[in-house]
Write a protein that binds this ligand. Structure first.
Ligand code: ME8
Length: 523
């Protein structure tokens, strides 16, 4: 039986304006999910939308739409964006789904029945027009951060979750499982900033927020949006529904991949809820860094009127989803922040995708056409140069597998591109055009071309989870459409005598200055 692997993104707040920064989590999860699938795992990849709360309600009002209609439109738009980016999820959960709503009510009831939730009074600073409570640190100049009006002290009846009971259990969890929360710097942040100063019980219901899931036994209360949202990781598998088979199969999650801004909710509140429910904890939570905008310098240094383009709906149709995926996966060191600039994106397109990968494929394919009428050659023996290339390729292949064990996607992608660079260097060294002119050069030429083709094959097999479109295109041309990768170490997978198909140019070279100018008109 296949080993299971359950991976999740956070569920997104509904927004019609997702930038490539928002797409980052979903793209990495997709790459990891695809990689695990190719390794033969039974993967379940879930993403979705977080649709409750006052802000959502207000946004719908502002748009002049009925809330559900407003949400349906945004969700359709988001799903279309994920399709555009080749996000191959297994389930898209919406917190307005009936089975989710039903299960969240049951989760709340269970926590109440077990004595982890109690009723008390919530005291706080309240903004009447906004109907929102604020903490002193959230205020701006002592006033409501949303509308700038005066706030007043107010009390509200509310339910509380006994989070204060979980401090020691959480410390033990982090100590016993050093890989539970990564990168480790985030553990220190949780321990020093939140747990050691003492956890307070968490207010988990509101009477002033109407757009949410009502407490089953006290419906004037709405369940706190984070209890509702975090539960999606269980309810999406059918937890507390008629059919719990997916929950039985896939829970606990193998990886919750989230941005660093929401680590506290996932590494403190979520395990506490699961402990209270007596459920196994997720195996790992990874808090990745952010994509930052460092745009201003660009227009100054270039002396053109350029604006940063961060809209995937402009970038993907123009440059392809593989290019956007590649840039995000490669450019942001996993776990740290990374800077975005349109110019860096376009430069990477030219240097890595066009000059390195695309050029290697087109050179190799056209040489094969010229020398062997596009037929994969059979080889009697390999020379020193070819053997060296093969061993370098295998070294990089091992690195990719190693990095992917810790989800270090940026290093894994860099290693795959090292494979293509090695092959380009090999071409310069082996000089097939010179060998072709030698009378007794046929065997050597076959060994050179075969080594290049197998290198491209291995590189593209590894690349498929990250850049599915172009990798699949090349593999199909090579007559390879195997689903799982098992034969990396064989340099003899391609079938001699078979003809490879010709490919159109994978990544046409861009005129960066022209593109920047065009993009600035579109944003
Ligand atoms: O937080 N760079 O949803 P969300 C990298 N609904 N990642 C970014 C980013 C950037 N510039 N901007 C956003 C929520 N993200 C909650 C989650 S889960 C039970 C509830 C990431 O739409 C962000 O860190 O604000 C998060 O991982 C994801 O986008 C969704 O953020």
């Amino acid at each position: 039986m296949k080993e299971k692997f359950y991976i999740t993104t956070p569920i997104y707040y509904p927004s019609a304006k997702l930038t490539i920064g928002n797409c980052y989590t979903t793209i990495i999860c997709d790459a990891i999910a695809r990689f695990k699938k190719l390794q033969g795992k039974d993967v379940f990849y879930m993403t979705g939308t977080d649709e409750h709360g006052q802000k959502v309600f207000e946004a719908a009002q502002k748009a002049g739409k009925e809330v559900k209609q407003h949400l349906d439109d945004i969700v359709a738009d988001t799903q279309q964006l994920w399709k555009m980016l080749d996000i191959d999820y297994d389930k898209f959960i919406r917190t307005t789904d009936e089975d989710h709503v039903c299960a969240v009510k049951k989760i709340f009831n269970t926590l109440y029945e077990k004595g982890y939730i109690y009723k008390a009074t919530y005291k706080g600073l309240y903004c009447l027009p906004c109907e929102a409570f604020w903490t002193p640190s959230q205020l701006v100049d002592g006033k409501c951060p949303d509308c700038g009006r005066e706030v007043c002290e107010q009390e509200e009846e509310a339910y509380f979750f006994k989070l204060s009971q979980f401090g020691d259990k959480l410390l033990k969890l982090y100590a016993d499982n050093p890989k539970f929360l990564l990168p480790t710097s985030r553990v220190n942040e949780m321990v020093n900033n939140f747990i050691k100063p003492g956890l307070e019980d968490l207010c988990v219901s509101r009477t002033s927020v109407k757009w949410g899931i009502p407490v089953d036994f006290d419906p004037k209360h709405t369940i706190y949006v984070w209890i509702d949202a975090l539960s999606n990781y269980l309810t999406g598998l059918g937890y507390m529904s008629q059919d719990e088979s997916k929950f039985q199969k896939y829970w606990p999650a193998d990886l919750h991949l989230i941005g660093k801004d929401i680590v506290r909710f996932h590494a403190i509140i979520w395990p506490a809820i699961l402990m209270a429910l007596d459920l196994p904890l997720p195996k790992q939570i990874f808090g990745h860094g952010w994509l930052m905008l460092g745009g201003d310098k660009l227009s100054k240094s270039k002396k053109t009127e350029t604006v940063e383009c961060t809209d995937p709906r402009i970038l993907v149709p123009r440059y392809g989803s593989d290019a956007v995926r590649y840039y995000l996966l490669r450019e942001i060191p996993f776990g740290s922040d990374g800077n975005y600039s349109t110019e860096a994106f376009l430069n990477r397109f030219n240097s890595d995708l066009c000059n390195n990968f695309g050029n290697l494929v087109s050179r190799t394919f056209s040489m094969l056409k010229k020398y062997f009428n596009s037929e994969i050659p059979a080889v009697e023996s390999y020379g020193e140069n070819e053997k060296q290339l093969q061993s370098r390729v295998l070294q990089e292949r091992d690195k990719v597998l190693h990095y992917m064990q810790t989800y270090d996607v940026s290093k894994a992608v860099a290693s795959i591109f090292n494979i293509f660079s090695e092959a380009n260097t090999f071409i310069q060294l082996a000089q097939p055009w010179a060998v072709a002119k030698q009378e007794d050069g046929q065997q050597q030429l076959k060994a050179i071309m075969r080594s290049l083709l197998e290198t491209i094959r291995i590189g593209c097999e590894l690349l498929e989870p990250f850049m599915p479109n172009s990798a699949k295109k090349v593999l199909a041309a090579l007559g390879q459409s195997d689903k799982e990768f098992s034969d990396f170490d064989k340099f003899e997978k391609l079938k001699p005598g078979e003809k490879i198909a010709q490919l159109s140019i994978l990544f046409p070279r861009l005129d960066v200055a022209k593109e920047l100018e065009e993009l600035s008109k579109l944003v």
